[in-house]
Design a protein around this ligand. Structure first.
Ligand SMILES: O=C[C@H](O)COP(=O)(O)O
Length: 249
Protein backbone atom coordinates (compact mmCIF):
# COMPACT_ATOMS: atom_id res chain seq x y z
CA UNK A 1 0.00 0.00 0.00
CA UNK A 2 1.35 3.40 -0.98
CA UNK A 3 2.25 5.61 2.00
CA UNK A 4 3.70 8.99 2.73
CA UNK A 5 7.08 8.64 4.41
CA UNK A 6 9.62 11.19 5.57
CA UNK A 7 12.89 9.54 6.57
CA UNK A 8 15.84 11.41 8.06
CA UNK A 9 19.22 9.98 7.12
CA UNK A 10 21.68 11.29 9.67
CA UNK A 11 24.65 9.82 7.75
CA UNK A 12 27.91 9.93 9.79
CA UNK A 13 26.69 12.71 12.07
CA UNK A 14 25.86 12.78 15.79
CA UNK A 15 27.72 10.88 18.47
CA UNK A 16 25.68 9.45 21.33
CA UNK A 17 25.16 12.69 23.30
CA UNK A 18 24.18 14.58 20.15
CA UNK A 19 21.88 11.76 19.11
CA UNK A 20 20.19 11.83 22.53
CA UNK A 21 19.75 15.59 22.28
CA UNK A 22 18.30 15.46 18.75
CA UNK A 23 15.88 12.70 19.69
CA UNK A 24 14.70 14.74 22.69
CA UNK A 25 14.11 17.67 20.33
CA UNK A 26 12.28 15.45 17.84
CA UNK A 27 9.99 14.17 20.58
CA UNK A 28 8.98 17.75 21.37
CA UNK A 29 7.74 18.36 17.82
CA UNK A 30 4.11 18.01 16.75
CA UNK A 31 3.15 15.97 13.73
CA UNK A 32 0.19 17.35 11.82
CA UNK A 33 0.52 15.21 8.68
CA UNK A 34 -0.16 11.56 7.98
CA UNK A 35 3.46 10.85 6.99
CA UNK A 36 5.33 7.98 8.58
CA UNK A 37 8.41 9.39 10.31
CA UNK A 38 11.73 7.55 10.28
CA UNK A 39 15.21 8.41 11.48
CA UNK A 40 18.42 6.63 10.52
CA UNK A 41 21.15 7.24 13.10
CA UNK A 42 24.57 5.64 12.78
CA UNK A 43 25.02 2.04 13.99
CA UNK A 44 26.44 2.96 17.42
CA UNK A 45 23.29 4.93 18.25
CA UNK A 46 20.65 2.50 17.03
CA UNK A 47 19.89 0.75 20.30
CA UNK A 48 19.67 3.95 22.28
CA UNK A 49 17.52 5.54 19.55
CA UNK A 50 15.19 2.56 19.41
CA UNK A 51 14.74 2.59 23.19
CA UNK A 52 14.29 6.35 23.32
CA UNK A 53 11.52 6.35 20.69
CA UNK A 54 9.81 3.11 21.72
CA UNK A 55 6.58 4.95 22.60
CA UNK A 56 6.75 7.60 19.91
CA UNK A 57 5.52 7.83 16.36
CA UNK A 58 9.07 7.56 15.02
CA UNK A 59 10.65 4.46 13.45
CA UNK A 60 14.39 4.03 13.88
CA UNK A 61 15.96 2.55 10.76
CA UNK A 62 19.48 1.56 9.68
CA UNK A 63 21.66 3.21 7.03
CA UNK A 64 23.21 0.02 5.67
CA UNK A 65 23.89 -3.67 6.33
CA UNK A 66 26.02 -6.51 4.95
CA UNK A 67 24.67 -9.26 2.70
CA UNK A 68 26.22 -12.16 4.61
CA UNK A 69 24.56 -14.00 7.45
CA UNK A 70 27.58 -13.54 9.76
CA UNK A 71 31.30 -14.29 9.80
CA UNK A 72 34.66 -12.75 8.99
CA UNK A 73 33.59 -9.34 7.67
CA UNK A 74 35.46 -6.92 9.91
CA UNK A 75 33.59 -3.68 10.43
CA UNK A 76 30.30 -4.90 9.01
CA UNK A 77 26.83 -5.32 10.52
CA UNK A 78 24.37 -8.09 9.68
CA UNK A 79 20.59 -8.15 9.29
CA UNK A 80 20.20 -10.20 12.46
CA UNK A 81 22.28 -7.67 14.39
CA UNK A 82 19.98 -4.88 13.23
CA UNK A 83 16.91 -6.89 14.13
CA UNK A 84 18.30 -7.64 17.57
CA UNK A 85 18.23 -3.92 18.39
CA UNK A 86 14.69 -3.44 17.11
CA UNK A 87 15.33 -2.39 13.52
CA UNK A 88 12.70 -3.27 10.91
CA UNK A 89 13.83 -1.14 7.96
CA UNK A 90 17.20 -0.62 6.28
CA UNK A 91 18.40 1.87 3.67
CA UNK A 92 20.36 0.18 0.86
CA UNK A 93 22.06 1.56 -2.22
CA UNK A 94 22.63 5.11 -1.05
CA UNK A 95 24.78 6.98 -3.55
CA UNK A 96 27.46 7.54 -0.89
CA UNK A 97 27.72 3.76 -0.42
CA UNK A 98 27.91 3.32 -4.18
CA UNK A 99 30.52 6.07 -4.65
CA UNK A 100 32.80 5.60 -1.63
CA UNK A 101 32.39 1.92 -0.82
CA UNK A 102 32.10 0.48 -4.32
CA UNK A 103 28.64 -0.95 -3.85
CA UNK A 104 27.50 -1.99 -7.30
CA UNK A 105 24.24 -3.46 -8.56
CA UNK A 106 25.37 -7.05 -7.92
CA UNK A 107 26.31 -6.35 -4.29
CA UNK A 108 23.09 -4.42 -3.79
CA UNK A 109 21.01 -7.26 -5.21
CA UNK A 110 22.58 -9.55 -2.59
CA UNK A 111 21.93 -7.04 0.18
CA UNK A 112 18.30 -6.66 -0.91
CA UNK A 113 17.86 -10.44 -0.93
CA UNK A 114 19.37 -10.81 2.52
CA UNK A 115 17.28 -7.99 4.00
CA UNK A 116 14.03 -9.33 2.54
CA UNK A 117 14.82 -12.89 3.64
CA UNK A 118 15.09 -11.49 7.17
CA UNK A 119 11.77 -9.64 6.87
CA UNK A 120 13.42 -6.27 6.88
CA UNK A 121 11.79 -3.54 4.83
CA UNK A 122 14.20 -1.98 2.33
CA UNK A 123 14.45 1.66 1.31
CA UNK A 124 16.30 1.20 -1.96
CA UNK A 125 18.15 4.29 -3.23
CA UNK A 126 19.34 5.09 -6.72
CA UNK A 127 19.81 8.09 -8.95
CA UNK A 128 21.84 9.51 -11.79
CA UNK A 129 24.94 11.68 -11.70
CA UNK A 130 25.10 15.14 -13.21
CA UNK A 131 26.89 13.91 -16.34
CA UNK A 132 24.07 11.41 -16.94
CA UNK A 133 21.46 14.13 -16.75
CA UNK A 134 23.44 16.48 -18.98
CA UNK A 135 23.71 13.69 -21.54
CA UNK A 136 19.94 13.02 -21.20
CA UNK A 137 20.83 9.56 -19.95
CA UNK A 138 19.16 9.88 -16.57
CA UNK A 139 16.19 7.62 -17.28
CA UNK A 140 18.39 4.86 -18.72
CA UNK A 141 20.70 4.99 -15.69
CA UNK A 142 17.86 4.85 -13.20
CA UNK A 143 16.14 2.08 -15.13
CA UNK A 144 19.29 -0.06 -15.10
CA UNK A 145 19.91 0.55 -11.38
CA UNK A 146 16.39 -0.62 -10.58
CA UNK A 147 16.43 -3.57 -12.98
CA UNK A 148 19.86 -4.85 -11.98
CA UNK A 149 19.23 -4.81 -8.25
CA UNK A 150 15.53 -5.58 -8.03
CA UNK A 151 14.07 -7.23 -11.13
CA UNK A 152 15.06 -10.75 -10.09
CA UNK A 153 12.43 -10.44 -7.33
CA UNK A 154 8.86 -11.70 -7.40
CA UNK A 155 6.09 -9.12 -7.44
CA UNK A 156 5.18 -10.04 -3.86
CA UNK A 157 8.60 -8.88 -2.61
CA UNK A 158 7.79 -5.29 -3.54
CA UNK A 159 5.40 -4.85 -0.64
CA UNK A 160 8.53 -4.68 1.55
CA UNK A 161 10.36 -2.22 -0.67
CA UNK A 162 10.26 1.56 -0.73
CA UNK A 163 12.12 3.31 -3.55
CA UNK A 164 14.13 6.50 -3.06
CA UNK A 165 15.13 8.50 -6.12
CA UNK A 166 18.12 10.65 -5.26
CA UNK A 167 19.82 12.46 -8.14
CA UNK A 168 23.47 12.53 -7.04
CA UNK A 169 23.89 16.11 -8.21
CA UNK A 170 21.23 17.26 -5.74
CA UNK A 171 22.57 15.53 -2.61
CA UNK A 172 24.06 17.91 -0.06
CA UNK A 173 24.64 20.50 -2.77
CA UNK A 174 21.74 22.83 -2.06
CA UNK A 175 20.65 22.15 -5.62
CA UNK A 176 17.27 20.42 -5.71
CA UNK A 177 15.67 18.72 -8.64
CA UNK A 178 12.74 20.89 -9.60
CA UNK A 179 9.37 19.49 -8.53
CA UNK A 180 8.72 18.80 -12.24
CA UNK A 181 12.02 16.91 -12.65
CA UNK A 182 11.20 14.82 -9.57
CA UNK A 183 7.67 14.14 -10.79
CA UNK A 184 8.87 13.17 -14.29
CA UNK A 185 11.38 10.70 -12.89
CA UNK A 186 8.96 9.23 -10.34
CA UNK A 187 6.40 8.75 -13.10
CA UNK A 188 9.06 7.03 -15.20
CA UNK A 189 9.97 4.75 -12.25
CA UNK A 190 6.32 3.78 -11.84
CA UNK A 191 6.11 3.02 -15.57
CA UNK A 192 9.25 0.88 -15.34
CA UNK A 193 7.62 -1.12 -12.51
CA UNK A 194 4.36 -1.30 -14.41
CA UNK A 195 6.05 -2.69 -17.53
CA UNK A 196 7.64 -5.52 -15.56
CA UNK A 197 5.17 -6.27 -12.75
CA UNK A 198 1.87 -4.65 -13.71
CA UNK A 199 -0.09 -1.79 -12.26
CA UNK A 200 -0.70 -3.24 -8.81
CA UNK A 201 3.01 -3.14 -7.92
CA UNK A 202 3.49 0.20 -9.68
CA UNK A 203 0.51 1.95 -8.09
CA UNK A 204 1.25 0.63 -4.60
CA UNK A 205 4.94 1.54 -4.63
CA UNK A 206 6.00 4.32 -2.27
CA UNK A 207 8.61 6.46 -4.05
CA UNK A 208 10.59 9.01 -2.04
CA UNK A 209 12.59 11.92 -3.40
CA UNK A 210 15.94 12.85 -1.84
CA UNK A 211 18.34 15.68 -2.54
CA UNK A 212 18.41 19.01 -0.70
CA UNK A 213 14.81 18.82 0.52
CA UNK A 214 14.29 21.70 2.95
CA UNK A 215 11.30 23.25 4.74
CA UNK A 216 11.14 25.87 1.98
CA UNK A 217 10.77 23.44 -0.93
CA UNK A 218 9.17 20.34 0.63
CA UNK A 219 5.56 21.35 0.10
CA UNK A 220 5.94 21.88 -3.61
CA UNK A 221 7.91 18.66 -4.13
CA UNK A 222 5.45 16.61 -2.05
CA UNK A 223 2.49 18.07 -3.94
CA UNK A 224 3.50 16.11 -7.04
CA UNK A 225 1.30 13.06 -7.60
CA UNK A 226 4.07 10.48 -7.89
CA UNK A 227 6.20 11.81 -5.02
CA UNK A 228 5.24 10.00 -1.82
CA UNK A 229 7.75 11.48 0.57
CA UNK A 230 11.37 12.30 1.14
CA UNK A 231 14.72 10.96 2.22
CA UNK A 232 16.22 13.90 4.04
CA UNK A 233 19.91 14.44 4.84
CA UNK A 234 21.09 17.82 6.13
CA UNK A 235 17.66 19.13 7.11
CA UNK A 236 17.04 16.02 9.24
CA UNK A 237 19.70 17.15 11.71
CA UNK A 238 17.51 19.95 13.12
CA UNK A 239 14.26 18.83 14.72
CA UNK A 240 12.26 21.93 13.71
CA UNK A 241 13.38 21.71 10.08
CA UNK A 242 12.74 17.98 9.93
CA UNK A 243 9.21 18.31 11.28
CA UNK A 244 8.51 21.26 8.99
CA UNK A 245 9.23 18.77 6.18
CA UNK A 246 7.19 16.00 7.82
CA UNK A 247 4.28 18.44 8.10
CA UNK A 248 4.62 19.63 4.50
CA UNK A 249 2.12 16.95 3.43
O1 LIG B 1 19.89 10.41 2.32
C1 LIG B 1 19.65 11.60 2.11
C2 LIG B 1 20.08 12.23 0.89
O2 LIG B 1 21.38 11.87 0.54
C3 LIG B 1 19.81 13.71 0.79
O3 LIG B 1 20.74 14.46 1.52
P1 LIG B 1 20.55 16.06 1.58
O4 LIG B 1 19.14 16.29 2.03
O5 LIG B 1 21.57 16.53 2.59
O6 LIG B 1 20.79 16.56 0.21
Amino acid sequence: MRKNIVAGNWKMNNDLPLSEALISDLKRQTKTSNAEVMIAPTFTNLWHAFEATRHDDIEVIAQNMHFAENGAYTGEVSADMLKSVGIKTVILGHSERRAYFNEDDAILAKKVDQALSKDLRVIFCFGEELADRKAANHEAVVESQIKNALFHLDASAFKNIVLAYEPVWAIGTGETASPEQAQDMHKFIRKTLNDKYGNQVADDMTILYGGSVKPANAKEIFSKPDVDGGLIGGAALKAEDFYAIVNAF
